[in-house]
Design a protein around this ligand. Structure first.
Ligand code: CA2
Length: 151
């Protein structure tokens, strides 16, 4: 069975409580529920996690690698700053898709830079919670294409 770990970085636990103009009204629990339902339909084993700590996010990536799972990641602010996260994705060899709720390229210049994009298979940004669903579909497509049991 295809396994995907959806990893969420700092402050995403606040979704739906503040800044609805940028991030919308959905909470992270709403996003998890919809993602889980899509994952069930696609026969994907989904693990969903959030942390406010950089080192813990690194550990989550390592755990996904050890489990042979793909990584769907909204690293939030660590996207733009974390060499450790980039090294974890590259070093574990996980297949990762970077996602963002907002269109980071239409925002401040510091959000235009992603340290993890070069070590991810692709990036989806700007579609609100739908970025998670699109990212799941794209990652499943990649993982199944690379699996010996894929049709
Ligand atoms: O658009 C995205 O998904 C981001 O990853 C969200 C991050 C931001 O640093 C990235 O540049 C783009 C911020 C997540 C913080 O979310 C909050 C939600 C409600 C209230 C405050 C922060």
């Amino acid at each position: 069975m295809t396994a995907i770990h959806c990893l969420n970085g700092p402050n995403l636990n606040l979704l739906g409580t503040r800044e609805p103009g940028i991030y919308g009204a959905a909470t992270l629990a709403d996003i998890e529920r919809d993602l889980r339902s899509r994952a069930d339909r696609l026969d994907i084993a989904l693990t969903f996690r959030q942390t406010n700590h950089e080192g813990e996010l690194v550990t989550f990536v390592q755990e996904a690698g050890a489990a042979g799972a793909g990584v769907l990641i909204n690293a939030a602010a660590y996207t733009h700053t974390s060499v450790a996260l980039r090294d974890a994705i590259a070093g574990t060899g996980v297949t990762a898709v970077e996602i963002h709720l907002s269109n980071v390229h239409a925002r401040e210049a510091f959000r235009h830079v992603s340290l993890i994009a070069p070590v991810c298979a692709g990036v989806i940004a700007g579609f609100g919670p739908y970025s998670y669903l699109a990212g799941l579909e794209a990652l499943a497509h990649l993982l199944r294409g690379r699996s010996p049991s894929a049709p």
